[in-house]
Design a protein around this ligand. Sequence first.
Ligand SMILES: C[S@@+](CC[C@H](N)C(=O)[O-])C[C@H]1O[C@@H](n2cnc3c(N)ncnc32)[C@H](O)[C@@H]1O
Length: 316
Amino acid sequence: MPFYKIIEQAIHAREHLFHSTDTNAFRLFNAAGDNLEGLIIDYYNGFVLLQLYDSSLYAAYPQISHYCTKILAALHFPVNGILLKDRSKVNDPQKIAQIRKSILVDGNLPPDNFIISQNNILAHVDLIGGQNTGVFLDMRMVRQKMMKYYMQGGRLLNLFCYTGLFAVHALKNGIQYAVNVDISQTVLNRAKQNYLLNDIQHDSRDFVKLDCMQYLKKMVKQNAQFDCVIFDPPTFSRNKKKNFSVKTHYKDYLSLIEKVAQGGYVLTTINSVSISVRDYRSLHPQYWKLEFLEHEPEDFPYKSAPYLKAGLWKLP
Ligand SMILES: C[S@@+](CC[C@H](N)C(=O)[O-])C[C@H]1O[C@@H](n2cnc3c(N)ncnc32)[C@H](O)[C@@H]1O
């Protein structure tokens, strides 16, 4: 099928998402799941972000950008600018920041303090610098499913919090108190900005810069208890000497979480196609009761198996 048709088909399949009243950022094209390996196209409140994971597609980006403009204009959906991010493999870590910086392909750059909405909460998004933008678009359905559990109020522990959006969403939907933990001060500052943006009061104790394992050990010692814990770690990360790997550390984390969430709920995730649903489930103790298991949403179609496993567990 020609490029144009492939992209048109993908965008038309998402037409209804443009009419959502609570979300204005979602995926328009999901690589192999939409029949073109290496190409990702996301829509962020009027701006399009193209991401190329395969350098052989590079020569085609002006054409891809032109097709996006044409297809979206025909549907009367606004496009203020189109940006391109190179996601191809980088061997030299010194060069990664420069290579991952988006370039403007068409129209205008997003304004400073650019904001999107996901599940009725607002989020600052950076479409230019860095690898990730500040919001994970694939978490939309998971956040929506979590809503009814937040309605019961209580205390939330948001581990590996990144820009704090699980906490913001929970606080806007019933949770009374949340603490956010991440090893990066940069992302914690962004989380605070997202609190402000959503009119949520906070103080410095709500944001903790620490390795999550250390934090949990501290909470266990203090006999702290939470009604809900979000455990959404990266598949692998290296941060100073604090490495995290799903394969090595998942169960250790779960046994600590169990001690601080007695009788509560725990959302656990794995973002990797190499860990099957069965393996994901088997990482959890048998006496944890699975409330729901969610995969990536409909705008992230996949060819073989889902990469996202996000389960909410009720603890005894
Ligand atoms: C996949 S993101 C989490 C996404 C987040 N739950 C959300 O929905 O927006 C992973 C985060 O883990 C943090 N991180 C990685 N290793 C860590 C560690 N050992 N302790 C605390 N945070 C860590 C990173 O700084 C990053 O912000």
